[in-house]
Design a protein around this ligand. Structure first.
Ligand code: BV8
Ligand code: ZN
Length: 246
């Protein structure tokens, strides 16, 4: 049978979404690319001569907190002026129209919140939040740049970015809520993620196993593309608005 055109696949998915009872959406760096946020693994995923993966670890912070904070301050300065794009906004529209909607994001850029998404889970934390390494106090702080080694205002301890580093556990309540939503969903969209970081990467196939229709939207194929029911190749900012019925 001839491969369906992107237009046919978009039409089919739009019709299915219009009837969805509980839509779950997993997003990755690709949905923020059109807002100007460098993706994690794209060529722009580098900083000075470091790879983001080498700095986003507890070991790197232990070894050189100043360097790691310079990396995060660089990202905060880069992201501060950036705005949501039609992809983020299309998800806000879908959330308004559907009986139940859960957004699970790997992104730490906070653009989904700015766009107006409500029911959302941040698997990997948020770049605009800090957490005290001594007393655990956590709060949003959009100061740009933060002092190089920011201190907790209640105990004076060293602050760290409130993000999940490689090798760190995701927060159990966030992970459990994600699995619950996935099991209850009847449709799941997997948007702009390369499917390389666990446990997020396996969430699409979990949804499929628990009976959801799973569709991927990505510029490129990913290791999970063949496992999904529908895979649409293209830009999130172009495709998502076409999925909002009428
Ligand atoms: C955990 C916050 C378990 C920080 C992030 C070996 C050694 C060590 C660890 C591991 C290992 N093997 C597996 C692991 C586990 C590790 C992991 O998966 N590593 C991989 C890389 C091998 N995972 C972890 O460590 C996780 N924790 O497993 O703990 C555990 C158990 C017991 C005890 C202790 C621990 C924690 C993972 C969280 C890491 N933190 N971010 C920060 O950002 O500074 S992850 C980071 O990658 C970002 O959050 C990002 O979102 C995420 C995933 O990347 P993507 O979002 O997919 O982005 P990417 O650039 O890769 O892809 C972009 C995609 O978009 C591409 O496909 C592209 O084609 C597409 N695209 C581009 N433009 C567009 C587009 N699509 C549509 N439209 C466009 N316009
Ligand atoms: Zn403190």
């Amino acid at each position: 049978m001839a491969e369906k055109t992107a237009g046919e696949k978009i039409g089919e998915l739009r019709d299915r979404l219009a009837k969805a009872q509980h839509l779950v959406v997993l997003t990755g760096a690709g949905i923020s690319a059109e807002s100007g946020v460098p993706t994690f693994r794209g060529q722009d995923g580098l900083w000075r001569q470091y790879r983001a993966m080498d700095l986003a670890t507890p070991e790197a912070f232990q070894e050189d907190p100043k360097l790691v904070w310079e990396f995060y301050n660089w990202r905060r300065e880069l992201l501060a002026p950036l705005r949501p794009n039609p992809g983020h906004l299309g998800l806000v529209e879908l959330e308004k129209r559907l009986p139940k909607f859960t957004l699970i994001t790997q992104n730490i850029d906070g653009l989904h919140q700015v766009a107006g998404s409500r029911n959302m889970l941040e698997l990997h934390g948020n770049l605009w939040w800090v957490r005290c390494t001594a007393c655990g106090m956590k709060e949003e702080d959009r100061t740009v740049p933060l002092p190089v080694l920011p201190k907790c205002r209640s105990c004076g301890g060293l602050l760290r970015p409130h993000v999940v580093w490689f090798g760190e556990m995701l927060e159990p309540p966030v992970l459990n809520a994600s699995y619950e939503a996935i099991e209850q969903s009847d449709v799941m969209l997997v948007i702009g993620t390369s499917g390389t970081v666990q446990p997020a990467a396996s969430m699409g196939v979990l949804a499929k196993r628990t009976g959801s229709l799973v569709a991927e939207i990505n510029l490129d194929p990913t290791p999970y593309t063949d496992a999904y029911h529908i895979s649409i190749s293209g830009k999130a900012g172009d495709i998502i608005p076409q999925l909002v019925d009428g």
